[in-house]
Design a protein around this ligand. Structure first.
Ligand code: M6R
Length: 603
């Protein structure tokens, strides 16, 4: 999704903006631009395409961008096609604006401006913000003009604006993230801390409704009632190193290789081999409430949803209550019936996903107790839920989520064991298994990496794939299929293996390979082999992931034998690798697949 960077200080803004925008590339975008304040006004350069294209254009056009105050943007089109015209910043002679989010009342505002003979030139909703501010600037000083324009906006937005008349960058935030970075004689802003972690580790996270005025020495924040307010300065310990590729060709493969470590980091300070789980402080809910919950609702999107779905079985087994796992974009508009003592869990890597956030708001409005499982520190969802259990996966840059998935799963398992223990269940065996997992995951990566490369080379020309599994492997089949379609643009369907004969079997022929995911666990293994027979009888090719081979399959991927409940953690690894290597053979942009964004902050 769109990204914002802003700088005011003593250095040349353009270098800081371009570097910050490059750090935001992973979020997905189609155009980029910058505006810099110079002696006689504001200069803007923008283009459709990549930051590299923007940098070349800046050199080509030789426009003066030597100033110390500026804003930059990467755009992911919502209103209007990706084009240079629609790229941000949007500007007039007096002000230049970048914006993330959606201005829902932009049509009304457009009509309002037309009546004053003010017309927009682009297809965007953002230009309206620049035009409104400009209109108010005719009567008011910049700060007042900015406040008045923001007051007219509905929808979600994070906005940064620079002005011809002042050296202050003005910010506004509602339902879309915006942070202020504090440097020495310099102040930064960005939609995402990864744009700034090279410059500072001190951040202020603006709250919904805030307006802020920043210059190189001062930060002034007004809350939603326009009262001056001090927001806490937080120190964030993410290093830039962990957000770099570290010798890997793509972030995705680096992040798959880091999965064992991500799980280790997530569990190691929270459990021990003596059957202890140290989650009390993080969960911060009455033990009696947790013992008496009568239902769990999990809401999330995409891979985070599949993490919830994968953990459902173990959660039900240990909490002994029904667990409903819902897709956030559906849930937020449904009329859910919560059980009397429901526990509501949202899962989100980014902590900014609009649908998940709205679902959380809804649950809170019903006074349901809420827990978020989030990777990005201090993100909106992390702060909004009653309590947050962070996955300690480190920054996940590739759009295709991998290490976040296994980390989310590990938190959900710990939660299951924690509530199970409160209810009197023995969990020592499970905890020691959880502690062994990172080692087994490391081994799985090593065991399967080269084998999957070979399999991917053979199968990358196919246009359709079927992924099937039973029990715990059904959600893993869904996640494997999602990974393949996201980065290789190959059509892939995940299905419960038993459902094959009710429809998808019609797809099977020599051109549609099936990926069968089946650890040797009865009755699933033998039943899934019957599916393999049916596929073979229709000349379908089979790739099988299991700890037990079968002569029926074309390509066998051997996995470690593991306690069945923990199999999702290791079976997902070769599926992520398969998607990665197929996309690699096809020559696609793996970390930034077309049409996708890392954090989906709009509906
Ligand atoms: O940041 P979130 O976990 O809330 O994101 C949810 C989905 O958008 C995300 O998992 C998406 O499906 C990924 N691209 C999957 O690889």
């Amino acid at each position: 999704m769109c990204g914002i960077v802003g700088y005011v200080g003593n250095d040349k803004a353009i270098n800081i903006l371009l570097k910050g925008l490059s750090a935001l590339e992973y979020r997905g975008y189609d155009s980029a631009g910058v505006s810099i304040k110079v002696n006689n006004g504001i200069n803007t350069v923008k283009t459709k395409g990549r930051i590299m294209d923007l940098a070349s254009l800046i050199i080509e056009e030789q426009i003066d961008l030597s100033g110390n105050i500026g804003i930059g943007h990467t755009r992911w089109a919502t209103h209007g096609i990706p084009s240079t015209l629609n790229a941000h910043p949007h500007y007039t002679d007096s002000v230049s604006v970048v914006h993330n989010g959606i201005i829902e009342n932009y049509r009304e505002l457009e009509e309002f401006l037309k009546k004053k003979n003010i017309y927009k030139k682009t297809d965007t909703d953002t230009e309206i913000i620049a035009l409104l501010i400009d209109m108010f600037l005719k009567k008011f000083k910049p700060k007042e003009a900015f406040e008045k324009a923001v007051a007219k906006l509905e929808g979600s937005f994070s906005i940064a604006a620079i002005f011809k008349e002042t050296d202050t960058i003005m910010l506004a935030k509602k339902d879309s993230p915006l942070v202020i970075g504090i440097g020495r004689h310099a102040t930064y802003t960005a939609s995402d801390i990864s744009a700034l972690i090279d410059h500072t580790n001190k951040f202020i996270f603006l709250e919904d409704g805030d307006i802020a005025f920043i210059d190189k020495e001062n930060i002034k924040i007004l809350d939603h009632s326009r009262k001056s307010i001090k927001r806490e300065i937080k120190t964030i310990d993410w290093s830039m190193e962990s957000a770099k590729k570290g010798g890997y060709k793509h972030f995705m493969i680096k992040e798959i290789a880091e999965e064992a470590e991500a799980v280790r980091n997530t569990i190691q300070s929270r459990i021990d081999a003596n059957g202890n789980i140290y989650l009390n402080d993080e969960i911060n809910m009455d033990e009696s409430f947790l013992k008496n919950i009568d239902g769990i609702t999990i809401v999330a999107c995409g891979t985070s949803y599949y993490a919830g779905f994968s953990a459902k079985t173990v959660l039900e087994k240990f909490t002994e209550v029904p667990v409903n796992v819902e897709i956030a974009s559906e849930f937020r508009y449904s009329e859910p019936i919560f059980s009397k003592h429901n526990l509501f869990i949202v899962i989100s890597q980014s902590g900014e996903t609009a649908d998940t956030k709205e679902s959380l708001k809804f649950a809170k409005s019903k006074r349901i107790k809420t827990i978020s499982i989030v990777n990005v520190k201090e993100s909106a969802i992390a702060r909004m839920a009653d309590t947050c259990i962070y996955t300690l996966a480190g920054p996940e840059i590739s759009v295709a989520s991998t290490k976040a998935f296994v980390s989310q799963l590990s938190v959900l398992y710990m939660l299951a064991f924690y509530i199970g223990k409160l209810k009197g269940k023995k969990i020592d065996k499970e905890l020691s298994m959880l502690l062994k997992l990172p080692g087994i995951m490391e081994k799985t990566f090593k065991m399967t990496n080269d084998r999957i490369k070979t399999v991917a080379e053979k199968y990358h020309p196919y246009k359709n794939f079927l992924y099937i599994g039973r029990g715990l492997m059904y959600p893993i089949a869904l996640e494997g299929a999602l990974k393949l379609k996201e980065i290789s643009y190959i059509h892939a369907e995940g299905y419960p293996a038993g459902e094959m004969k009710h429809g998808p079997i019609a797809l099977i022929d020599e051109n549609t390979p099936s990926v069968i995911i089946s650890p040797d666990k009865e009755p699933f293994y033998s039943k899934t082999l019957s599916n393999a027979e049916e596929i073979k009888a229709r000349s379908g090719k089979i790739i099988m992931l299991s700890d037990k081979n079968s002569d029926m399959v074309d390509d066998f991927i051997e996995l470690e034998e593991i306690e069945y409940d923990f199999s999702p953690f290791i079976y997902v690894i070769p599926l992520q690798l398969l998607a990665y290597y197929i996309a690699l053979y096809l020559g696609y942009d793996i970390d930034q697949p077309r049409n996708l964004a890392k954090s989906v902050t709009v509906e």
